[in-house]
Design a protein around this ligand. Structure first.
Ligand code: PLP
Length: 419
């Protein structure tokens, strides 16, 4: 029998418990997923590229019926058909399995596609799910429109909920507890271990959106999650030039999830997977710089007379700071501020419209700084948003913080007089 020429074994061995407990180090970020799947030969010469090349394929050709049958039986990370990927996608999956400490991983065309596929995989008509009130807005809309249509009911919960609070929300038919921590726009940090304990007791799956933390700063599978979801579009790609979602599963969730995901046609082009693999190699240095720069700017903002408070999990005064300190290994560069009472949206417009170094736009996680005026009011039902003034979200990039602060200083001049 002719075996496929490239590719690792059909299943990835589960990691040892010891390996799971150790946070990904720079060495792992540098090497994860590389040589295992990246080998390539040409005219019999076995050479390896540093990076797994971009293999583009729809049809894969087989030498024989036996070869075809083997491939059909062993579809996971073997040559089969382009939708199942090539070594380019497999190496990124390998890397993420290693960094998150999971059993296996899948790629999705966007972070949102990863979230909706995961939610859909683990609920059926008549089920109930729990979703944080601070979930990324399109996740919330998916629940309210698409899941409602198939008869799945969503309860939104306070992200600062305790185990007792969670217990009181669990129903007989609760199949999924979703966690996104810190929350979108407002950054409340949830007590994942407490939430997961309650969910497990009731047999519900725990899915965690870990886009803010990345595997470098937070590994939800170590805290009771069944699946981690990354909008890799953000820090993993890291350069604002590709869309990608990644899911990493524990062993118990893998089979159901991978069937569901493939049958829904979730596939990613090798070029985009390549960009994510390339971004991943510098994740650790970028994240540490985002953290340092973000904290410098956040602390400066906290001292401004116009600012009511800064919403950043690493600031001691912030709700959920203790949980962040216990469970996370660092903070990314994304946070927000709330202005004092009396400032209007027009004041904010005057401030942000003319910022020179902060681009205005959705998404974040690239190397560049961004600003986004945002109002969470319409997206909250469990904990109504009640802030003295307007909210502004910042993504702090890799520029010199002195330059960023000078730009913001000029922005505050335009914002208007201290109120
Ligand atoms: C951006 C984002 C997503 C969605 O990712 P896309 O790749 O833009 O679809 C999901 N969750 C969080 C927390 C995000 O910030």
């Amino acid at each position: 029998m002719t075996l496929p020429p490239f590719g690792p074994p059909a299943t990835v061995p589960a990691m040892s418990d010891d390996a799971k407990k150790s946070p990904p180090k720079d060495t792992a970020i540098t090497n994860a997923g590389r040589p295992k799947s990246g080998a390539t030969g040409y005219r019999g010469r076995d050479k390896e590229m540093v990076n797994t090349p971009v293999y583009r394929a729809s049809t894969i050709l087989y030498d024989s019926v036996e070869d075809l049958q083997f491939a059909t039986k062993h579809k996971n990370r073997n040559f089969y058909y382009g939708r199942r990927g090539t070594p380019t996608q497999w190496s990124l999956r390998d890397a993420m399995v290693e960094l998150d400490g999971g059993h296996d991983a899948l790629l999705h065309p966007s972070g949102l596609a990863a979230i909706t596929t995961a939610l859909y995989a683990f609920c059926r008509a008549g089920d109930h799910i729990l979703m944080p009130d601070t979930a990324y807005e399109p996740t919330r809309i998916f629940c309210n429109i698409a899941l409602r249509k198939i008869g799945v009911e969503t309860t939104f919960y306070d992200p600062l909920i305790t185990a007792e609070g969670m217990e009181s929300l669990m129903q007989e038919n609760t199949s999924v507890v979703f966690v996104e921590t810190p929350g979108s726009l407002t950054f409340e940090v949830s007590d994942l271990p407490a939430i997961a304990r309650v969910a497990k007791k009731h047999g519900a799956k725990v899915l965690v959106d870990n886009t803010w933390g990345t595997p470098l700063f937070f590994r939800p599978l170590e805290h009771g999650a069944d699946m981690v979801i990354h909008a890799a579009t953000k820090y993993i790609v890291g350069h604002s030039d590709a869309m990608l979602g990644i899911t990493v599963c524990n062993e118990a969730s893998w089979d159901v999830f991978q069937r569901q995901s493939f049958v829904m046609g979730q596939a990613v082009a090798p070029d985009d997977a390549y960009l994510a693999s390339r971004g991943l190699r510098t994740l650790a240095v970028r994240m540490r710089q985002h953290e340092e720069n973000g904290l410098k700017v956040a602390n400066w903002l906290a001292g401004r007379p116009e600012v009511d408070h800064v919403r950043h999990p690493a600031l001691e005064s912030f709700p959920g700071h203790d949980v962040w300190k216990r469970d996370f290994d660092g903070a990314s560069g994304l946070f927000s501020i709330v202005l004092k009472e009396g400032y209007t949206d027009d004041n904010v417009t005057a401030m942000v419209d003319d910022l020179q170094l902060f681009g205005m736009g959705y998404s974040w996680g690239g190397f560049e700084s961004l600003v986004l005026p945002a109002d969470p009011t319409g997206e909250r039902t469990a904990v109504p948003w009640d802030a003295p003034g307007p909210l502004i979200r910042f993504h702090i990039g890799l520029e010199d913080t002195d330059d960023l602060i000078a730009d913001l200083d000029a922005g505050f001049e335009r914002l208007g007089k201290e109120i």
